[in-house]
Design a protein around this ligand. Structure first.
Ligand SMILES: [Zn+2]
Length: 168
C-alpha cells in the first residue's frame, strides 16, 4: 500500500468512526419522543395521541415543536387558577407563578411539585433544558435561568400545550 492510499484509508476509517460515533450518540436525543412515559396509562401510540389532540397541540406535545410567539390567548390570561397539561389534564402551574416575560409565550417562575420532568435537548446545537409533563410525557417548553425571583427560573411554555382552569 503506498502512502496516499494508506492516508486515504486512514481518513476513511476516521470518518467512519466519526459518523458512527455521532449516529450512536445523536440518536437518543431525537428518538426520546415526548410520548414516552413511565406511566402505562399514558403510554399512547402516536396515532392514539393524534386522535386525542388538536393538530397544533399534537405538534407541540408529541413532536416537540414550538408554537409561534404571541399566538396563545393564555399570554393574557390574568385570572386565578391552574394551568393543566393539554395532554392528560395534570395541573402544571399555578396562576400565582405566572408573569409577563415579554417573550410572547406564557411564562412561569415555578412549576407545581412533581408535575414536570426535564431533559437536555440539542436541537439548536446549544444545549437547552426541555421540560415535559411528568404524567403523560407531553412536551411543554423550555426552562431558562433568567426568570424573576424567588426562583430565578423562566418556564417558557407553549400555550397550546396547556388548558386553563379558573378557580371560582
Ligand atoms: Zn400530561
Amino acid at each position: 500500500m503506498n502512502k496516499i492510499s494508506l492516508f486515504l484509508s486512514r481518513r476513511l476509517f476516521l470518518m467512519t468512526l466519526f459518523t458512527s460515533f455521532f449516529s450512536l450518540f445523536s440518536r437518543p436525543f431525537t428518538s426520546i419522543a415526548a410520548y414516552q412515559t413511565g406511566n402505562n396509562q399514558w403510554s399512547l401510540s402516536k396515532d392514539e395521541w393524534r386522535k386525542r389532540l388538536s393538530k397544533e397541540a399534537y405538534a407541540v406535545l408529541i413532536e416537540e415543536s414550538t408554537e409561534r410567539p404571541l399566538s396563545s390567548s393564555l399570554n393574557d390570561e390574568k385570572r386565578n387558577g391552574f394551568f393543566h397539561c393539554a395532554g392528560c389534564d395534570q395541573p402544571l402551574f399555578s396562576s400565582e407563578t405566572k408573569y409577563e416575560s415579554g417573550t410572547g409565550w406564557p411564562s412561569f417562575w415555578q412549576s407545581l411539585p412533581n408535575s414536570i420532568e426535564t431533559k437536555v435537548d440539542f436541537k439548536l446545537i446549544v444545549p437547552r433544558t426541555e421540560y415535559h409533563c411528568s404524567r403523560c410525557g407531553g412536551h411543554q417548553g423550555h426552562v431558562f435561568d433568567d426568570g424573576p425571583r424567588p426562583t430565578g427560573k423562566r418556564y417558557c411554555n407553549n400555550g397550546v400545550a396547556l388548558s386553563f382552569r379558573p378557580t371560582v
